[in-house]
Design a protein around this ligand. Structure first.
Ligand code: PGA
Length: 255
């Protein structure tokens, strides 16, 4: 099944509010003719309101970089799915930077995935192996166990709505992107596992992205592959020109 390519920009902790509109204005101009690619920008939480006004009526969707699993209550500093509803369509869950710096466990991530889908947000669930896993030959075990753990609180139909991003930790922000061959193997493993756990029809509906040091100069190799449904871009997405080049590459590679 040929799916629309998805190109997601994760701005991480970059972009103060006034810069957000400027960055999005520039991006809008660059990508206004894009028809075949779904474009998503994930700015910091505080920028979402402004960003929402800025992208209204355009071909750019928004995502948040995180979400908490409760709807409201005494959770100082957290943002609930109810607060995000209406502001963005997607939410990144389980990014390795959150697993590493904020000690998010598979259990927490599973609750976040469930909270997101139940409030109509589409989770972009990040899974990935560390360099140690890679060197020790444990990559597959790590990736698939993260996957299974993160999806165990939701139903089959809800699973179909989740986007999975394979993001090897050793490739994030390092300039060492994973080869398309390896990214394809992992994407296939992920789809195969989803098929085993939830059925083939669900795995065929799901989208699997690759993320980790994706730049304009290396992105096209991922778009050539039917098993990779798009990319999650960090550093390169903050530069509107570079990000637009990646999106245009995806458009060109879409039949
Ligand atoms: P990077 O980050 O493109 O800067 O490597 C990717 C990500 O963290 O999602």
């Amino acid at each position: 099944m040929v799916k629309r390519k998805l190109v997601v920009g994760n701005w991480k902790m970059h972009g103060i509010v006034p810069e957000t509109s400027i960055m999005l204005e520039k991006l809008k101009k660059e990508v206004e003719d894009i028809k075949k690619v779904e474009i998503v920008v994930c700015p910091p939480f505080v920028d979402l309101y402004t960003a929402n006004i800025s992208v209204n009526g355009t071909n750019i969707e928004l995502g948040s970089q995180n979400v908490f699993y409760e709807e409201q209550g005494p959770y100082t500093g957290e943002i609930s799915p109810l607060m995000l509803k209406g502001l963005c369509k997607y939410v990144i869950v389980g990014h390795s930077e959150r697993r590493i710096h904020f000690l998010e466990t598979d259990k927490i991530i599973a609750k976040k995935v469930a909270a997101a889908v139940r409030h109509g947000l589409t989770p972009i669930l990040c899974v990935g192996d560390t360099l140690q896993d890679f060197n020790d030959g444990f990559s597959k075990i790590t990736i698939l166990s993260q996957l299974q753990a993160a999806l165990h609180l939701i139903t089959k139909d809800e699973v179909a709505k989740v986007v999975i991003a394979y993001e090897p930790v050793w490739a994030i922000g390092t300039g060492k992107n994973c080869s398309a061959k390896r990214a394809t193997e992992v994407a296939k493993d992920i789809k195969h596992t989803i098929a085993e756990l939830f059925g083939k029809a669900i795995s065929e509906k799901m989208r699997v992205l690759y993320g980790g040091s994706v730049k304009a100069k290396n992105a096209n190799v991922y778009f050539d592959d039917p098993d990779i449904d798009g990319v999650l871009v960090g550093g390169a997405s903050v530069d509107h020109f570079e990000f637009a080049k990646i999106i245009k590459g995806a458009e060109k590679h879409t039949k």
